[in-house]
Design a protein around this ligand. Structure first.
Ligand SMILES: C[C@](O)(CO)[C@H](O)COP(=O)(O)OP(=O)(O)OC[C@H]1O[C@@H](n2ccc(N)nc2=O)[C@H](O)[C@@H]1O
Ligand SMILES: Nc1ncnc2c1ncn2[C@@H]1O[C@H](COP(=O)(O)OP(=O)(O)OP(=O)(O)O)[C@@H](O)[C@H]1O
Length: 282
């Protein structure tokens, strides 16, 4: 690995709630959610070359480079901007994959925003968000870089300023496929829409949680355990769960007592993505 890489943050998100309002004709679902960005995540570094070659220097085990959302994001930007430039890409992965905390989507968004700057493509945020949406429903949120209320398939976004709570995020040790949950016949699909101004954590829920708990006892047991300590819920389509705390020390105390088969981290909720704090520094 090169000696002094310039790292770009790729933060995790939590879905503080997830209501499914309808099934759309294209198989996707109309949903409502609050996306809370966290001050914790993966890191990516890019070394620009003039050969137009895009190369993953730190491949992800089990994910072919052509399927890696980072590679796909770089390729999509190369095509959209007509640049002749390429890059070598390094990834420091800490977020569990398939955990509902948006690691892959965030990696794609960081790649779009960083390479737009490094390749000097001058695409607007709207253009980057459109490219992002073609890669995954959650990518636009990370491109726009603000905690938000989301509707539609996740692309209709209203930025939000949320209280900067501390979150204990726990990975129960099993992966849940998003497709598996969204195609389940018993998934609730007609939760009435709420108005943003009526949002309160305690008045909302995650429509995917019951099915995931039924199919994955590890998730159900862990949720039961966490609820003894703090308000707790599943994020996205799982498998990660989170608990909400007012102080870092309370969250860290519960982290230190986690059952053995789980891993977790404590992070603070942030309104603005660390990705944009990095852009500001440049
Ligand atoms: C539900 C969330 O986890 C909330 O953060 C995300 O919106 C899912 O986002 P994602 O993992 O980026 O999902 P995608 O890769 O776009 O879609 C994976 C699969 O999930 C289902 N899917 C996803 C998003 C959505 N609004 N409706 C769906 O039905 C579709 O079957 C799709 O084939
Ligand atoms: N750079 C990447 N990082 C993580 N996963 C990737 C990446 N590229 C492709 N993938 C694939 O995407 C799948 C989902 O990964 P991701 O970490 O985004 O899931 P998630 O946390 O459940 O996301 P979401 O909350 O958006 O559903 C992985 O199992 C993996 O096969």
């Amino acid at each position: 690995m090169a000696t002094s890489l310039d790292w770009w943050p790729s933060p995790a998100k939590l879905n503080l709630f997830l209501h499914i309002n309808a099934r759309l004709n294209n198989g996707y679902h109309a949903l409502q959610s609050v996306f809370q960005l966290l001050d914790f995540g993966d890191k990516l570094a890019f070394e620009v070359n003039t050969s137009s070659r895009i190369s993953m220097k730190t491949p992800i085990a089990g994910v072919k480079d052509v399927d890696n959302l980072i590679f796909r994001a770089a390729k999509a930007l190369q095509e959209a901007s007509n640049t002749d430039l390429g890059c070598d890409i390094y990834l420091e992965k800490v977020l569990p994959m398939g955990g509902g905390i948006g690691g892959g989507s965030s990696n794609a968004a960081t790649t779009l925003v960083a390479l737009n700057h490094l390749w000097q493509c001058h695409l607007s945020i709207d253009e980057l968000a459109d490219i992002g949406l073609s890669l995954g429903a959650d990518v636009p949120i990370f491109v726009r870089g603000h905690s938000a209320f989301a509707e539609g398939v996740g692309e209709q976004i209203t930025p939000l300023n949320l209280a900067n709570k501390y979150y204990l995020v726990v990975f129960p040790g099993c992966h849940v496929s998003t497709g598996e949950i969204f195609t389940h016949p018993n998934l609730p699909r007609n939760t009435p829409k709420i108005r943003l101004q009526d949002y309160e954590f305690s008045e909302t829920h995650n429509d995917c949680q019951k099915i995931v708990c039924e199919r994955y006892p590890k998730v159900a047991n862990l949720l039961h355990w966490l609820l003894e300590y703090a308000p707790s819920r599943m994020t996205g389509t799982g498998a990660c769960l989170f608990s909400v705390f007012d102080t870092k020390s309370e969250a860290e105390r519960v982290l230190s007592q986690l059952p053995e088969e789980c891993t977790g981290f404590v992070a603070q909720g942030v309104n603005r993505s660390p990705l944009y704090a990095k852009l500001d520094e440049i």
